[in-house]
Design a protein around this ligand. Sequence first.
Ligand code: MN
Length: 507
Amino acid sequence: MRESLNIPENLTVNTLLTELKKYIPKKDLLLITLTYEFADEAHAGQKRRSGEPYIQHPLTAAYILATMRIDLPIIVATILHDVPEDTEVTLEEIEKNFGKDIASMLKGITKLGKIKYRGVERYIENLRKMFVAMAEDIRVMIIKFSDRTHNLMTLDAQPKNKQHRIALESLEIYAPIANRLGMGEFKGLLEDLSFPYIYPKEYKKVIDIRDKILTDEKKYLEEIIKLGKKELEKSNIDFIDIHGRRKRLYRLYQKLLQKGWESNKIFDIVAIRIIVKDIGDCYATLGILHKLWRPLKGRIKDYIAQPKPNGYESLHTTVFCENGKSVEFQIRTQQMHDEAEYGVAAHWHYDEKGKRLPKKDVGWAKELASIQKDVLKNIKDLEDIKVDFFKSHIFVFTPQGDVIDLPEDATPIDFAYQIHTDVGNHCNGAKVNDQLVSLDTPLKSGDVVDILSEKHRKGPSPDWLKTVKTHSAKTRIKQALSKSEGNVWWKTIFQKEDEKKKKEKKK
Ligand code: MN
């Protein structure tokens, strides 16, 4: 059974070099040594929260990408990824030493910035930042995913509340983006590493279920793989690989939720993956399996003729194997496999023979542009996830960075009363993200709101009652108005409002 990610302990630059030697010519590796020395010197004296020297972090992030056989410039940029932001070394110096291309990737990473965990994340703002960076250079996201993966692997060193926030953000933002980009490997890693921090009890339960099935089925699957191999050899299909693959934990968790935790209703907790030479062999293999074992109705999926929206291609089928047990098979070519694991990153990936994958004939630039447009269009879906998750609340910030929680479409006046009754009563204007706005402007998540107050202001305006969204602001405005004696005209507004409500109730 294939393990997902194994990071050697006490990783050094030599561990990284050994991995890179598998696909990068030796003469190019001097650059890695030099880059490492440059980054090591820049981060000298800095430590991770875990106590490790800081350089272990970029080094491990680079190693993760090397195991995916990612192109050299991305590896170089990954080793340097925290240098411009966390050290004295400037982007100009990096450009002088490493050239324009590397510097521009680092500029992208720096623009993404460290996400400031003040209360709840500035969710959409972060998301947009990420899409902007992605639109400029998708390679930046590959680096970011690797960076985040290592941060999740070392999350135990962080304080509890930070653990939760980083894991949640990875699950809700990073993993869906990785999925959209077809990067199954990163999507799986990000989800499975975040999973225990968000749903610890469920995580244990899912592990137990999966481990029990793995021990029970191990012998059986080995037997099936043997039988399958024999049959393929008989038919002269020369397969590249047959291996068992276990379902990722978080995926399994979601399936279990769908099926009311009845694991016997899930057919692909373990599956057998067959990698063959070309598309013709994919269909031939499917036929051979179906001749050998009877397929389960409705479980044959042709993702080659009809790829998934993120580009995933494969043939899936579930068959009744020996003793009537059902087993899922996934059949694909090496290229489909690489694209499923690495998605857009596959274009910076070297295949087993060391050659770079052929680029699609549509033209790389064109394809990239269309993927990005698609992704940007889909930002709405991600916002929908957000709305689900945050219900219909927005989170806005004081200029000091405190988070204020408000209902959707709340105004600066709601915000002012949320801070303090006096701030509300003396509110005379508002700046949102440094722009003067009218007091009935609906606020959005991530806005920074600055209330301008006028000490001598007599009190709230009755008009505010028409636009505020929070119950508390309404009550306080009414209280303040009723205190100001002799004011009769506002009473008519209350009356009108009450009448309107009565009418609405009648309807
Ligand atoms: Mn980092």
